[in-house]
Design a protein around this ligand. Structure first.
Ligand code: F6R
Length: 246
């Protein structure tokens, strides 16, 4: 199946359309497992989901969330962790307690074993119903930095220089951790539905490359072209009129 592409006017429209997709999945399956990206792109969608919940249009009382990626080496309660970010932006506003979250483990001295435990936990809850993803500046998904093959498992990775540069905005004066655990491409591609959100002019070139590329480890997001049910929602800045539709 080719990727379904929806181009919307701006970031606000993207947030609304993305929230509709999530609402649809949760309406169909109230205990849906949602794999949730952090970062700038999905913030509006998460805020819209909180609004829909507040107005009674979305019931999140059974919805489950799986963490997509996490820095290695932070304390579990470090507010700068991606879990901390996700808690503030998504879990707390949607009233999702930690008992309904598959958390990416970061503590302990065997992160590779922790990665395997994460894959086992995802399998044990029946897999992922919807993966909400952002597009990295180098085409990464989660922290699957290039090169990443379609069957890459959840694992510890070293962040690419461009990812470190991009993440620096969240760290103020602090040093961005250089290692992370990411849900593997194999986990992302096993999601029954994938929603890729892309916003803003800085993402236009990498999105265009992704849509022209055959599935290729050098551009991990291009693996979505082999996924059976992916929707891409991009705003006009990221997907200007006149760019080729894939
Ligand atoms: C974060 C993540 C990353 C981001 C990507 C885009 O959990 O998985 O892949 O989605 O780096 O980041 P933003 O949205 O900040 O441009």
């Amino acid at each position: 199946m080719p990727i379904e592409i929806q181009v919307v006017a701006d970031a606000d429209a993207l947030a609304r359309e993305a929230a509709l997709v999530v609402t649809g999945v949760v309406a169909e399956r109230p205990d849906a497992v949602v794999l949730a990206a952090t970062g700038n792109t999905p913030i509006g969608c998460y805020a819209e989901l909180a609004r829909l919940r507040a107005t009674g249009s979305l019931d999140t009382s059974r919805m489950r969330v799986a963490q997509l990626d996490e820095y290695v080496g932070l304390a579990a309660d470090d507010a700068r962790s991606l879990y901390g970010w996700m808690d503030r932006a998504l879990l707390a506003p949607l009233g999702i307690g930690s008992e309904r979250v598959v958390r990416m483990p970061v503590e302990g001295n065997d992160p590779q074993a922790a990665a395997r435990a994460y894959d086992a936990a995802i399998e044990a809850i029946g897999g992922i119903d919807l993966a909400i993803l952002g597009l990295g500046p180098n085409g990464h998904l989660g922290f699957n930095e290039p090169p990443a093959s379609a069957d890459a498992p959840t694992r510890v990775i070293s962040l690419a220089p461009e990812t470190l540069a991009s993440n620096a905005r969240y760290w103020g004066d602090g040093t961005v951790p250089e290692r992370a655990i990411t849900a593997g491409m194999s986990v992302i591609l096993s999601a029954r539905r994938v929603m890729l959100l892309v916003s803003g002019t800085p993402k236009a070139a990498i999105l265009d490359r992704m849509l022209r590329s055959a599935p290729d480890a050098a551009l991990p997001a291009s693996h979505l072209r082999g996924h059976p049910d992916t929707i891409l929602i991009a705003d006009r800045d990221a997907r200007p009129a006149g760019s080729l539709e894939a």
